[in-house]
Design a protein around this ligand. Structure first.
Ligand SMILES: *[C@@H]1O[C@H](CO)[C@@H](O)[C@H](O)[C@H]1NC(C)=O
Ligand SMILES: *[C@@H]1O[C@H](CO)[C@@H](O)[C@H](O)[C@H]1NC(C)=O
Ligand SMILES: *[C@@H]1O[C@H](CO)[C@@H](O)[C@H](O)[C@H]1NC(C)=O
Ligand SMILES: *[C@@H]1O[C@H](CO)[C@@H](O)[C@H](O)[C@H]1NC(C)=O
Ligand SMILES: *[C@@H]1O[C@H](CO)[C@@H](O)[C@H](O)[C@H]1NC(C)=O
Ligand SMILES: *[C@@H]1O[C@H](CO)[C@@H](O)[C@H](O)[C@H]1NC(C)=O
Ligand SMILES: *[C@@H]1O[C@H](CO)[C@@H](O)[C@H](O)[C@H]1NC(C)=O
Ligand SMILES: *[C@@H]1O[C@H](CO)[C@@H](O)[C@H](O)[C@H]1NC(C)=O
Ligand SMILES: *[C@@H]1O[C@H](CO)[C@@H](O)[C@H](O)[C@H]1NC(C)=O
Length: 389
């Protein structure tokens, strides 16, 4: 979706909840550094520049060996981002490495190597960092497959977005039962979503768009009641949208655009209160048929509604005019007939309205003239009469 138009203003994944955690571990890291520094001063003597005992101080823990394996698999580190990664430096001072507490200075809990132009494969040895909570390798050039992370029971944030990872999403990933953020956006992944994804019962943020994922959206996804953000856009998913997705109590973003989904809009989206839903992007699928006349009544807090290119027929529901906070509405490239609902005059915050390439007829309602925020209005390729008010 990035770059392809819609105002995807949802909160980006950040180590949000980890905020506290990150803060605490920064302090831990500082303390560790101070302890190690004073150790160095004591054991090597002030003024000793090249201290040969360094490596023995820091030893070679399992985590250190695992990270050295990871470094070995990196084929190109053109910016020398990992030059601090050697046995002569305490593990916790390696770039991007955060350790837990001063008592266990060699247990790694975070690995943050975002956007460092690293390329090569991701060594399976990362799967041995069993205390890891945050793993962020996003915006690099990693290739090859996602290694097994099934032993990372503490992992709650996994971000591999914007790499060139291939192969399937391993089902073993669903063993990381603490995962809250799973971000694999923009890679070259194929195959189906892990059948057992429902086992990730703590998941809040699921972002798997921009790959070549196929098959259906697994029904077990709808069992993850904490989900707030689901983006599976720009894949090749087929089948219907599971109705239960519309029953997730805290769902705020549902982006399934540019897939091969069919079978209409899930009933739950117009039958049940959707007060948490802010962004609904279903454009460029084959959802088809008509929209129910009360579509909009349950979407009271929606800000973005994108349904373009879906073979929708029939009338545009007047109830869409009840979504008072709507900012962006795109129904273009469908087969809607009849008039533009005059209820659209109630959409006082609307700034983007795209109805082009339908079979709409009649006069353009004068009420549109009262929409003060409307800056983008597309009505071409219909049978509309009269001028833009
Ligand atoms: C480091 O690991 C090697 C084997 O990889 C082992 O022989 C050596 O004793 C270890 N050193 C320390 C200080 O643990
Ligand atoms: C990681 O653990 C596996 C066993 O689970 C072991 O075979 C492998 O040697 C370990 N790698 C490192 C770098 O510790
Ligand atoms: C990545 O790093 C480059 C410079 O090294 C910077 O220009 C760019 O904005 C960064 N991108 C992100 C997404 O942080
Ligand atoms: C290493 O990566 C940099 C950019 O990240 C690229 O310019 C360079 O050609 C690469 N070197 C090799 C040997 O692939
Ligand atoms: C999944 O995690 C459990 C511990 O919670 C472990 O006993 C089990 O072996 C793991 N399964 C796989 C396939 O790694
Ligand atoms: C998906 O597959 C098509 C070929 O079927 C290819 O052209 C495209 O680059 C692939 N996209 C991704 C993100 O892998
Ligand atoms: C959802 O969870 C319930 C109980 O936790 C289980 O019985 C059911 O099979 C799950 N549904 C799916 C589709 O996985
Ligand atoms: C939904 O969000 C509310 C408010 O943040 C929270 O109290 C509640 O536990 C959440 N429900 C689920 C199922 O995550
Ligand atoms: C929908 O649910 C929200 C929160 O649970 C509640 O505040 C609101 O009144 C409900 N709206 C309707 C129309 O039932």
């Amino acid at each position: 979706m990035e770059g392809s138009g819609p105002p995807f203003r949802a909160i980006r994944p950040s180590k949000g909840k980890g905020g506290v955690l990150t803060c605490a571990s920064q302090t831990a890291r500082l303390t560790t550094t101070l302890v190690l520094l004073s150790l160095l001063l004591v054991s090597c003597g002030v003024g000793s520049i090249r201290c040969s005992s360094m490596t023995t101080i820091h030893g070679n823990s399992t985590d250190m060996m695992s990270l050295l394996d990871f470094k070995r698999a990196i084929a190109n580190d053109s910016r020398q981002a990992l030059r601090s990664w050697h046995v002569g430096l305490p593990l916790c001072r390696w770039k991007g490495v955060v350790c837990s507490d001063p008592k266990h200075p060699d247990l790694v809990i975070e690995l943050n190597l975002m956007n460092l132009s690293l390329s090569g494969t991701i060594s399976p040895s990362l799967g041995n960092l069993t205390f890891l909570r945050i793993l962020d390798l996003s915006s690099n050039g990693f290739t090859g497959q996602i290694p097994p992370f099934n032993r990372l029971q503490r992992l709650d944030y996994l971000n591999l977005r914007h790499n060139s990872l291939q192969g399937i999403i391993p089902d073993t990933l669903t063993n990381c039962s603490n995962l809250q953020w799973l971000v694999l956006y923009y890679n070259l992944l194929i195959g189906e979503l892990p059948r057992g994804i429902g086992r990730l019962s703590n998941l809040v943020w699921l972002e798997l768009g921009g790959n070549n994922l196929t098959e259906e959206i697994p029904p077990s996804l709808t069992n993850i009641s904490h989900l707030e953000y689901i983006s599976l856009a720009d894949n090749k998913l087929a089948g219907t949208i599971p109705d239960e997705l519309g029953k997730l109590p805290n769902l705020s973003v549902l982006a399934l655009d540019s897939n091969r989904l069919s079978g209409g809009i899930p009933e739950a989206l117009y039958k049940y209160n959707q007060s948490s839903l802010q962004i609904l992007q279903l454009g460029s699928n084959m959802l088809g048929k008509t929209l129910p006349s009360n579509f909009g009544d349950t979407l009271q807090n929606l800000e973005v509604l994108i349904l373009y290119e879906n073979n929708f027929e029939g009338h545009i529901p007047a109830a869409l005019g009840n979504i008072s906070g709507l900012d962006w509405l795109d129904l273009s490239f469908n087969n809607f007939v009849g008039q533009v609902p005059s209820s659209f005059g109630n959409l006082g915050l609307l700034h983007h309205l795209d109805l082009q390439q339908n079979n709409l007829s009649g006069f353009i309602p004068g009420e549109l003239g009262g929409l003060q925020h409307l800056t983008n209005l597309y009505l071409s390729d219909n049978n509309l009469e009269g001028g833009v008010p």
